[in-house]
Design a protein around this ligand. Structure first.
Ligand code: ADP
Ligand code: MG
Length: 238
């Protein structure tokens, strides 16, 4: 059974078709990167999977269950955005625990999960600080932690590193891959950065104008691009 099935998803905004019948089968534990230029529909696709955006046609199936009509909170996944949107007035600890508290998670479980994720992401020393007292990289870790305490089995990332400088981006890439290995979770990672895609992905979905042009292992995308667009975008040798 696939972890996530994206079936014939269509989406328009007014007269503009943004997604033209997108299909993807994502296996359990896979790290899938959705790669494409700005405006090609990556965020829209991720938002449709997460339930933040309704599609016009098609189906999203998560672990065998059609979730098309379900609210984002009912889909059992976690999402990390480019802008981390932490609560500035709350401590890191509270930022991590808040979602669980409003969901009525028992106190002991909340404390356990916060401790687990703080250790995992090495932010234990930061728990009593507020976001304003953190660096960009530290804030992004907290945002990742906040997603992981909600669901560590399926995580969606929308350009989570694009606000970081090149060095920190490279480091965080490695850490995120390690996290993926440790958790064995299914991850979908959206980026316009070819290097990120080629170094991180088990499979890359290359998007162009609302279509997935190729969905394959990074090496086959590079060596056997399915179209001129793909070849140009990933810089395949001519
Ligand atoms: P990407 O994430 O690949 O940069 P998006 O999915 O954000 O692309 O956007 C794809 C296209 O859809 C763009 O042309 C964008 O302007 C348009 N779009 C996205 N969201 C909306 C919206 N809420 N209303 C109208 N147009 C939108
Ligand atoms: Mg986007």
């Amino acid at each position: 059974m696939s972890s996530i099935s994206v079936r014939r998803i269509k989406k328009s905004f007014a007269a503009l078709t943004i997604l033209h019948s997108v299909d993807m089968e994502i296996e359990k534990g896979e790290f899938v990167v959705i790669l494409g230029p700005s405006g090609c529909g990556k965020s829209t696709l991720l938002n449709v999977i997460a339930g933040l955006e309704e599609c016009d046609e098609g189906q999203i199936v998560i672990e065998g269950k059609d979730v098309s009509g379900l609210e984002p909170s009912e889909r059992g996944l976690a999402m990390v955005f480019q802008s981390y949107a932490l609560f500035p007035a709350m401590t890191v600890r509270r930022n991590l625990s808040f979602g669980m508290e409003i969901a009525g998670t028992p106190k002991a479980t909340v404390a356990e999960k916060v401790a687990w994720v703080a250790k995992l992401l090495q932010i234990e020393a930061l728990l009593d600080r507020k976001p304003g007292q953190l660096s960009g990289g530290q804030r992004q870790r907290v945002a990742i932690g906040r997603a992981l305490v909600r669901s560590s089995s399926i995580c969606l990332f929308d350009e989570p590193l694009s606000n970081l400088d090149a060095k920190l981006r490279a480091e965080t890439r490695v850490e995120l891959k390690q996290l993926h290995e440790t958790l064995g979770s299914t991850m979908i990672y959206v980026t316009h950065d070819q290097i990120e895609a080629m170094t991180m992905a088990d499979r890359v979905a290359v998007m162009h104008k609302g279509k997935v042009e190729q969905f394959a292992h990074p090496q086959s995308v590079y060596e056997k691009p399915a179209s001129l667009f793909v070849a140009g975008f990933v810089g395949s040798p001519a």
